[in-house]
Design a protein around this ligand. Structure first.
Ligand code: NAD
Length: 258
C-alpha cells in the first residue's frame, strides 16, 4: 500500500515505539499527526518530521475525533498506529496469598481505559474516516496497527491489568479485521517483547535494569529498538496481504516467572 500523499495518525507518537513509527511513516511520504498527551516532545517530533501535533488523551473521545478530522483534512487518512499505552505493575495478590493494599479497582480501570478502550475508540473513529477514501486497485482504503504486548500471552506478577488490556487488544484483532474488511480496511496487531523506550524510565539505574532484562531474551540478548518494532508496523501497514494477524516481535523471549 502506497503512503505518499496520505495522512497518518500515531497515538503515543511522542515517545518510544510510536515516535519510531512516526519517523518511518514520514520517511515513506505520509504526513503524520502525532497524537499524544506530551505536548513538548510531540511538538518537537512533529516539527522534525514536518507533521502535526495533536493534543490527545485517548480516553477522550472528542480529542480522538479532532485528531481524525485534522488528519483527514490534510490528506486521505490511510494509516493509523495505536501505540499510546501505559505499563502498570500492580500486584493484586501478595506472595503470601493475601490481597495487598495496592489492589485498586481504579488503577485496573485506568489501564483498561487507556490501553484497550482508547485503542478501540481510535480504530472505530479512524475506520469511519478511512471508509470515505477512494480505494486502491486492491480495494484497500486504509490500514491500522494496534500495539499489544507479549504480556497478553505471558503476563508476569503484578501485570494483571496490563495483560488484561493487551489480551483485549489481541482478542479484538480478528473480529475487528473481519468487520472492517467490508470497508476495505486491514487491521493487524503487533506484540512487542522488551523494547528500549522511556517506558522503563531513563538514567543509569534504568540502563542497568534494561541490560539485566535483556538476558531473558532468547537471541539477541538485548532489548529491541523502537526502529525494529516500527519496521514490523510498516510491514503490517503496507503489505496488502497482511490482515487480521497478531505478530510477536520479541527476540524469541519466553519470560520465566519472577
Ligand atoms: P513510551 O512510554 O515511550 O510511549 C508511550 C506514549 O504513550 C507516551 O508518549 C505517552 O505520553 C503516551 N500516552 C500514555 N497515555 C496516553 C493517553 N491516555 N493518551 C495519549 N497518549 C498517551 O512507551 P513505548 O514503550 O513506546 O510503548 C508504546 C506501546 O508499546 C504501548 O502501548 C506499550 O504498552 C507497548 N509495549 C511496549 C513494550 C516495551 O518494552 N517498551 C513492550 C510491549 C508493549
Amino acid at each position: 500500500m502506497e503512503l505518499t500523499g496520505s495522512s497518518a495518525i500515531v497515538t503515543g507518537g511522542a515517545s518510544g515505539i510510536g515516535a519510531a513509527c512516526a519517523r518511518q511513516l514520514a520517511a515513506r511520504g505520509a504526513t503524520v499527526v502525532v497524537a499524544d498527551l506530551q505536548a513538548d516532545k510531540g511538538e518537537a517530533l512533529a516539527e522534525e518530521i514536518k507533521g502535526v501535533f495533536a493534543q490527545v488523551d485517548v480516553t477522550n473521545t472528542e480529542q480522538i475525533a479532532a485528531a481524525v478530522k485534522a488528519a483527514a483534512e490534510i490528506a486521505p487518512l490511510r494509516a493509523v498506529v495505536n501505540s499510546a499505552g501505559i505499563g502498570w505493575a500492580q500486584r493484586t495478590i501478595g506472595r503470601d496469598g493475601t490481597v495487598e493494599s495496592a489492589h485498586s479497582l481504579e488503577a485496573f480501570q485506568k489501564v483498561i481505559a487507556i490501553n484497550l478502550v482508547g485503542t478501540f475508540d481510535m480504530v472505530r473513529q479512524a475506520a469511519t474516516a478511512m471508509s470515505l477514501n477512494d480505494p486502491d486497485e486492491d480495494g484497500c482504503r486504509g490500514a491500522i496497527v494496534n500495539m499489544a504486548s507479549v504480556a497478553a500471552f505471558d503476563g508476569q506478577i503484578g501485570q494483571a491489568s496490563y495483560s488484561a488490556s493487551k489480551g483485549g487488544v489481541v482478542g479484538m484483532t480478528l473480529p475487528v479485521a473481519r468487520d472492517l474488511s467490508a470497508a476495505g480496511i486491514r487491521l493487524n496487531t503487533v506484540a512487542p517483547g522488551l523494547i528500549d523506550t522511556p517506558i522503563y524510565g531513563e538514567g543509569p539505574d534504568s540502563d542497568a535494569f534494561k541490560a539485566n532484562l535483556g538476558q531473558n531474551v532468547l537471541f539477541p540478548k538485548r532489548l529491541g529498538s523502537g526502529d525494529e518494532l516500527a519496521s514490523m508496523v510498516m510491514e503490517c501497514l503496507t503489505n496488502s496481504y497482511m490482515n487480521g494477524e497478531v505478530v510477536r516481535v520479541d527476540g524469541g523471549i519466553r519470560m520465566p516467572p519472577k
